[in-house]
Design a protein around this ligand. Structure first.
Ligand SMILES: NC(=O)c1ccc[n+]([C@@H]2O[C@H](COP(=O)([O-])OP(=O)(O)OC[C@H]3O[C@@H](n4cnc5c(N)ncnc54)[C@H](OP(=O)(O)O)[C@@H]3O)[C@@H](O)[C@H]2O)c1
Length: 193
C-alpha cells in the first residue's frame, strides 16, 4: 500500500522502515518544503500521524480533506509541555483528532510501543501486541494487517473511544521506562490462556 507518514522523527522513521521492509511504499510529510504534508497525504492510501501532540491540530489542518475516507493512524501520546497527560477520561487525543477530520477513518495504534521497536514489532524473540482501536471496521482491519506485516500481533480493542484506555497505557510505558528506570527495551504483549 501507499503509506503517507506525517512526522519524520523517531516514530515516523521506525514505522516507515518496518512498512518498507514489508513491501509497502512510504512518503513522508513534515514542515519541510521538500516533503510537504499536503503532498504526502494526497498520495497516501493510508496516513500515519506521528507528530508531537501539541502539533496535531496544525498537522490536521494541512492534511484536511486529503484524509477523507482513508485510514488515519493516530500514534500520538497526549503529552503536554510538562510531560503530563494532556487530556483523558471523557475523551482522548484520537477522538479529538476525529472531530478535526470528521471524514477520516481515525484509528489509534502503535502509541503503546516505543519507537525503537515499531519497525519490527518485536523485542528479541518476543512479539509485541499492536493494540488497535477505531470505529471503521474496514479501516481497522487494514491497520491490523499493516501491523502484522511489520511483525506485531494485532488485537482489536474496539471503538475509537477505547483510545481513552490506550493513551494512558502509553503514558504508563513512559513512566516504567523513564520514571522507574526500566529503559526502552520493554513493551506490552497480551497473553491468552
Ligand atoms: N518516540 C516514541 O518512542 C513514541 C512511541 C509512541 C508514540 N509516540 C508519539 O509519536 C509522536 C511522534 O513522536 P517522535 O518520537 O517521533 O517525535 P519526534 O522525533 O520529535 O518527531 C516529530 C516529527 O514531527 C514533525 N512535526 C512537528 N510538528 C509538525 C507539524 N506541525 N506538521 C508536520 N510535522 C511536524 C517533526 O519534523 P519537522 O520539525 O521537520 O516538521 C518531526 O519529524 C508523538 O506524539 C509521541 O508522543 C512516540
Amino acid at each position: 500500500m501507499r503509506i503517507a507518514i506525517i512526522g519524520k522523527g523517531n516514530v515516523g522513521k521506525a514505522l516507515g522502515s518496518g512498512l518498507e521492509a514489508a513491501g509497502h511504499e512510504v512518503k513522508f510529510g513534515h514542515r519541510d518544503p521538500q516533503e510537504r504534508v499536503e503532498d504526502a497525504a494526497d498520495w497516501g492510501e493510508v496516513i500515519v500521524l506521528a507528530v508531537p501532540f501539541p502539533a496535531v491540530r496544525d498537522a490536521a489542518e494541512h492534511i484536511g480533506s486529503r484524509a477523507d475516507g482513508k485510514p488515519l493512524i493516530d500514534v500520538t501520546n497526549v503529552l503536554d509541555s510538562n510531560g503530563d497527560m494532556a487530556l483523558g477520561f471523557s475523551t482522548s487525543g484520537a477522538e479529538e483528532l476525529q472531530k478535526m477530520l470528521p471524514k477520516a477513518k481515525v484509528i489509534k495504534a502503535f502509541n503503546t510501543v516505543f519507537a525503537k521497536h515499531q519497525g519490527t514489532g518485536r523485542i528479541g524473540e518476543e512479539r509485541l501486541t499492536a493494540f488497535v482501536a477505531g470505529d471503521g471496521q474496514d479501516a481497522k482491519r487494514t491497520v491490523m494487517a499493516l501491523s502484522e506485516d511489520i511483525g506485531f500481533e494485532p488485537v482489536d480493542c474496539g471503538p475509537l473511544s477505547a483510545s481513552r484506555y490506550l493513551e494512558p497505557m502509553g503514558m504508563q510505558l513512559i513512566g516504567l521506562s523513564y520514571g522507574m528506570g526500566l529503559g526502552v527495551d520493554i513493551g506490552y504483549r497480551l497473553v491468552r490462556g
